[in-house]
Design a protein around this ligand. Structure first.
Ligand code: SAM
Ligand code: ZN
Length: 241
């Protein structure tokens, strides 16, 4: 199933040429991905995704284990023919895994570097979208599941991101967020002043804090779990209105 793109500024559906009739802005499809943001805004995260031999191989291996666990959990909620979106997905392992199994899978990231990795390294069959997770190029209520791991802790306004994830999810659909767990090994985040690659620090959450974020977004909480050796805590919410 394919989703029609909408203008991230005015939310009008785009025509086949990815042009907004209202804003008179044209978006593009280049190098295997739909592009809704300017490359110049993505520098920090592009740097984060620059490959360093051995270090990134190890990290990718760990990421894969974590995302296999995550996919297993998400699939409990995803209908067989569902449409899933992973905003802030990075190299989008989970989207790639879901797409491999025939799900309609969309992965969105602000930076092109991880999306290129998704394409080349993972041979991902997910639809790749370079866009801003605060203003996504989708109409309201089009996804069965919208999920993210390990991004909201980096944002100064995580509730706005969660609200946007809720907006694009259909009524009755699911929203999942995973973040570093305060009482797990990643609590060392709090002790660090700066970090390798400049992007590792972030807020940690306990279960109650993450659940509160979901309640503030008006999502019904249907589950929560820690995963990847308690490094992360996740909450699954449902859009009821
Ligand atoms: C720490 S990485 C996590 C990636 C992936 N979820 C994972 O677990 O491997 C955070 C990602 O969020 C993306 N990101 C940050 N701000 C964003 C925004 N406003 N819109 C879309 N993506 C964003 C970054 O480009 C980066 O790839
Ligand atoms: Zn527009």
């Amino acid at each position: 199933m394919t989703i029609q793109f909408s203008c991230p500024t005015c939310l009008k559906e785009l025509d086949e040429g990815l042009k907004c009739a209202s804003c008179k802005v044209s978006y593009s499809f280049k190098e295997g991905m739909y592009k809704f943001v300017e490359e110049k805004d993505t520098h920090t995260w592009d740097t984060y995704w620059k490959r360093i031999p051995v270090y990134d191989t190890v990290l990718d291996f760990l990421r894969k284990i974590m995302n296999l666990q995550l996919r297993r959990y998400l699939k409990k909620f995803l209908p067989v023919s569902g449409v899933a979106l992973e905003p802030g997905g990075g190299s989008a392992y989970v989207s790639a895994l879901l797409a491999e199994q025939g799900f309609s899978s969309y992965a969105l990231d602000y930076a092109s570097a991880p999306l290129m990795l998704a394409q080349k390294q993972l041979q991902s069959r997910a639809v790749l979208v370079q866009g801003d997770m605060f203003h996504m190029p989708f109409s309201e209520g089009v996804f069965d599941l919208t999920f993210n791991n390990s991004t909201l802790e980096h944002l100064s306004n995580p509730l706005d991101a969660l609200n946007e994830m809720k907006r694009v999810t259909r009524k009755g659909g699911y929203v999942f967020v995973g973040v570093p767990f305060t009482y797990g090994p990643l609590c060392v985040y709090k002790l660090k002043k700066s970090s390798f690659k400049g992007a590792w620090d972030g807020t940690t959450y306990d279960r109650a804090g993450l659940k509160k974020l979901f309640s503030d977004a008006g999502l019904e909480i249907v589950g929560s779990r820690t995963f990847f050796f308690s490094c992360f805590v996740g909450v699954m919410g449902r859009k009821v209105d």
